[in-house]
Design a protein around this ligand. Sequence first.
Ligand SMILES: Cc1cc2nc3c(=O)[nH]c(=O)nc-3n(C[C@H](O)[C@H](O)[C@H](O)COP(=O)(O)O)c2cc1C
Length: 216
Amino acid sequence: MDAIETIMTTRAIRRFTDQPVNDADIETCLKAAQQAPSGGNLQPQQYLVFTEPDRKVELARWYKIAFDRYEASLGAPREFRDDQSRRSWKRTRDASRHLADHLQDSPAIVLFLQAKIPWEPRDEQGPMDIGRLDASVYPAVQNFCVAARSLGLGTALTTVIRVYGDEALEALGVPAGRFEIAALIPVGYPSGNFGIAPRKPAAAVTHWNQWGDRRR
Ligand SMILES: Cc1cc2nc3c(=O)[nH]c(=O)nc-3n(C[C@H](O)[C@H](O)[C@H](O)COP(=O)(O)O)c2cc1C
C-alpha cells in the first residue's frame, strides 16, 4: 500500500472477525515498532503479546473494570456542534463499550510496556525538561498500528487499563515495579471497513511562519 494511504486509513478498530492473526504478521509489526525513534535511542519499551485465550481473559478482566470506572466518570454527553459530531461521539462510545465487553475475543492483544527509569537530566542549574519518557514509546505504538494496517489488520491504541495497570501486570507475572503499561493494542481483522476518520483540517490548525497566519 501507498504509505500516505496507509496512514490516512489507520484508525481505531475495536470490532474484529474471528479470523486468527499470524504470529509472523505480529512479528512484522513489532519490527516496525522497533524502528521508531526514541530519546537518546534508549528504546525503553518491551512487548507482551497475548494470543492464548486464558491470558487474554485475564487481561480483559482488568481492562473491563478499568473501562467501567472510566465510563462511569464521564457524566452526561455534552452539547454537539452538529449531527456529524454527535454521530461520531456515539460511534466511539458504542465501539469503546464493545471493546471493553469483548476484548478477550480479539485474536491478539499486545501490551507496550514502558520501563520505569529515571528520565530527568540535571546540571548545576537544576533539572531539565527534555520531554517525557513516554514520548519515546508512542512513536513505536503508532508504527505498530500503521504496519498492521498495511497488512489489513485493525488495531486500537488504548490506555484505560492504566487505571489498574499495576494490578494487571502483577496478575500477568511481570516483574514488580519495573514497568508501566504505555498502551494496550487489540489486533485483528476488522469486522467493518477501514476508512478516513473525521479530523480537523490540518490547515485549520497550522500557522505558517507566524502565529495566526493560516492557509485555508
Ligand atoms: C492516548 C490514547 C488513549 C486512548 N485510550 C483508549 C481506550 O482506553 N479505550 C478505547 O477504546 N480507545 C482509546 N483510544 C482511542 C481513541 O478513542 C481514538 O483514537 C479516537 O476516538 C479516534 O478514533 P478514530 O481514529 O477511529 O477516529 C485512545 C487513543 C489515544 C491516542
